[in-house]
Design a protein around this ligand. Structure first.
Ligand code: PLP
Length: 403
């Protein structure tokens, strides 16, 4: 039995999304910007997809900009604002590189997080004040809705309040790429001016995404690609009609069965995490507080350990760090057992660099070097979880024996 537990990297596509795309790849090839009937039919397909994405993301259809994926959406938000209005960019220290690198490339600042990966709101307020006292203006604050490595869900409304209070002129961007599968983005990201999503994280195709640009933010954003003026001049380039249609189909299905999927997958994830914590000594679950980690060190009456508190995590992420193990070697052994996972974020997987997310959460380097992300999705089965439960403990034991 093989197990694909790398859904935060990319999910299997929804078959209905594939079916919806095929006519646009095979039969309807006209350019949606054209004037004739065939072109207008493609434009209509995009408009319908725009309406779906607008309703899923809690936006007006005119606020949806189709892009080439999450990275492009993030870059457009961060660099587009900086190009237009300058100022200082601020991001949380646990952002995906698609936000982090553009922010740092413009000499932006990072706000710290606590051991669960939640933005330290007091420190964020102090940072915003410090920037302004220094004579700078904060133009954008970027805080992701759900983290791609450890699955922490930010309290975006509270972040928004801090931003409005301490940097009233700043826009709030949220990278919701990892959120659509698990969370009601329309509600949870309502306070954000800019919202990024990517289709392949929720059953759609790769290479297509969207950025919500709320009407109030539109004048603060410069386009990053110039040309034919598509997407209301905000992202020139012929739209990927099939991809956009596939994304909207996947988004609709995701929302329709999200509550049931979240409950089903949460049970599987908890079984996986609890089972591995039980089976493998010297292991921590990243960003999860248990009785041992409490300030008073006390467990509940009766002495049995408290259950790990995963309330602030998306349902699909199980992230563990094994002491005395090298992630890459672990992934190699797991792959031989046909368990497919990753170490840090997928994009960083394979790199020897320790995860900036785990470092920001205060996880020591020796533990972070043995990190493993098992991420579940809409199609994950109990058998796959069983396969991981069978494969991980002996792999860790073997590596420790030889280390
Ligand atoms: N943001 C987050 C949180 C992600 O997890 C990813 C992909 O892993 C991206 C952005 C980039 O998205 P894409 O792969 O569509 O470029």
């Amino acid at each position: 039995m093989s197990a694909y537990l790398d859904c935060s990297a990319s999910t299997p596509m929804r078959p209905e999304a594939v079916d919806a795309m095929l006519p646009h790849l095979r039969d309807h090839w006209a350019n949606p910007s054209g004037a004739h009937t065939l072109a207008r039919a493609e434009r209509k397909a995009i408009d319908e997809a725009r309406d779906v994405m607008a309703s899923v993301l809690g936006a007006d259809a005119s606020e949806i900009v189709f892009t080439g994926g999450g990275t492009e959406s993030d870059n457009l938000a961060v660099l587009g604002v900086h190009d237009r209005v300058g100022g200082t960019l601020v991001a949380s220290a646990v952002e995906h590189h698609a936000v982090l690198d553009p922010v740092l490339s413009r000499k932006g600042r990072l706000a710290p997080v606590d051991e669960r990966g939640l933005v330290d709101l007091g420190a964020l307020a102090a940072l915003l004040e410090e920037i302004q006292v220094g004579g700078e203006r904060v133009s954008l604050v970027s805080v992701m809705l759900a983290n791609n490595e450890v699955g922490t869900v930010q309290e975006l409304d509270r972040v928004a309040k801090v931003v409005r209070r301490h940097a009233p002129g700043a826009l709030l961007h949220t990278d919701a790429v990892q959120a659509v599968q698990w969370l009601d983005v329309a509600t949870l990201a309502a306070s954000a001016d800019l919202v990024s999503v990517s289709a392949h994280k929720f059953g759609g195709p790769k290479g297509v995404g969207a950025l919500v640009v709320r009407a109030a933010a539109a004048d603060h954003l410069a386009a990053r690609t110039l040309g034919g003026g598509q997407e209301r001049e905000r992202r020139s380039g012929t739209q990927n009609v099939a991809g956009i249609v596939g994304m909207a189909t996947a988004a609709r299905l995701t929302v329709d069965d999200r509550a049931a999927t979240v409950e089903r997958v949460r049970v599987l994830r908890n079984r996986l995490a609890d089972g591995l914590l039980e089976a493998v000594d010297d292991t921590i679950e990243s960003g999860v507080i248990t009785a041992d980690a409490d300030a008073d060190g006390a467990g509940p009456p009766g002495g049995s350990p408290r259950r790990p508190d995963r309330a602030h995590k998306v349902a699909g992420t199980c992230h563990l760090c094994f002491e005395g193990v090298d992630s890459e070697s672990l992934l190699y052994l797991l792959e031989r057992a046909e368990v497919y996972a990753s170490a840090a974020s997928s994009c960083a997987s394979g790199a020897a660099e320790p995860s900036h997310v785990l470092a920001a959460m205060g996880i020591p380097r020796s533990l972070a070097a043995g990190s493993l992300r098992l991420s579940l999705g809409w199609a994950t089965t109990g058998d796959e979880v069983d396969a991981a439960l069978a494969a991980v403990p002996p792999a860790v034991e073997r590596l420790r024996l030889f280390s």
